[in-house]
Write a protein that binds this ligand. Structure first.
Ligand code: TYD
Length: 186
């Protein structure tokens, strides 16, 4: 089973991914808790770009995030799923579509680029107004800005197909109750 958490910066996805991973483990499941950008070489380069140290065209950025994802899938996600381990990932291709489209990259181009990627079994969108989410952040990365995150949020809300939208502005325990209630264990 492959579970993805999505949403704008500061939406609480790290908290929820951790709560879910712990709960699954308590049910006796093997779990891989992972995230994009990854800690691999491409992911580290992405962190440099996000910190504003290197500037690249938004299309290049989309290609780099997608290359990071290809490696993530091939080296970590697919092997874990083969071992019957539940994979919980913070961010996946929806991030590339919603963030890089907000930078002006063509939506269809981004969707096509990511067609290779396996579909998650569950995708939770933690929906939070940017006004609230930026308060949780220290704004050290290029996208942590309210106006930009408004565009990203609008893009996330366009995804509706196969995405479970959860109100992320509630207390973390409440949000988690809702998520837990949605996941059907085999
Ligand atoms: P984020 O999950 O916020 O990492 P952290 O909370 O540790 O800073 O991801 C970093 C940033 O990268 C975030 O602003 C979203 C952005 N991002 C994209 O623009 N496209 C992508 O494909 C991914 C995976 C992330």
């Amino acid at each position: 089973m492959f579970i993805v958490f999505e949403g704008i910066d500061g939406c609480g996805k790290s908290t929820q991914a951790k709560l879910l991973a712990d709960w699954l483990q308590a049910q006796g499941k093997r779990v891989l808790l992972t995230a994009e950008p990854t800690k691999g070489r491409i992911g580290l380069f992405l962190r440099e770009i996000l910190a504003g140290k290197t500037i690249v065209d938004p299309r290049t950025l989309a290609l780099l995030f997608t290359a990071d994802r290809y490696e993530h899938l091939a080296r970590e996600i697919e092997p874990a799923l083969k071992r019957n381990t539940i994979v919980v990932s913070e961010r996946y291709y929806h991030s590339t579509i919603c963030y890089q489209a907000a930078q002006g990259v063509s939506w269809n181009w981004l969707v096509d680029l990511n067609k290779f990627a396996r579909k998650p079994d569950y995708t939770f969108l933690l929906d939070v107004p940017p006004k609230q989410s930026v308060r949780r952040k220290t704004a050290v990365e290029i996208f942590e800005e309210e106006k930009f995150l408004e565009k990203v949020r609008d893009n996330y809300l366009k995804l509706n197909r196969n995405v479970i939208k959860v109100d992320g502005s509630k207390r973390p325990e409440k949000v988690f109750e809702e998520i837990k209630g949605r996941v059907k264990l085999k």
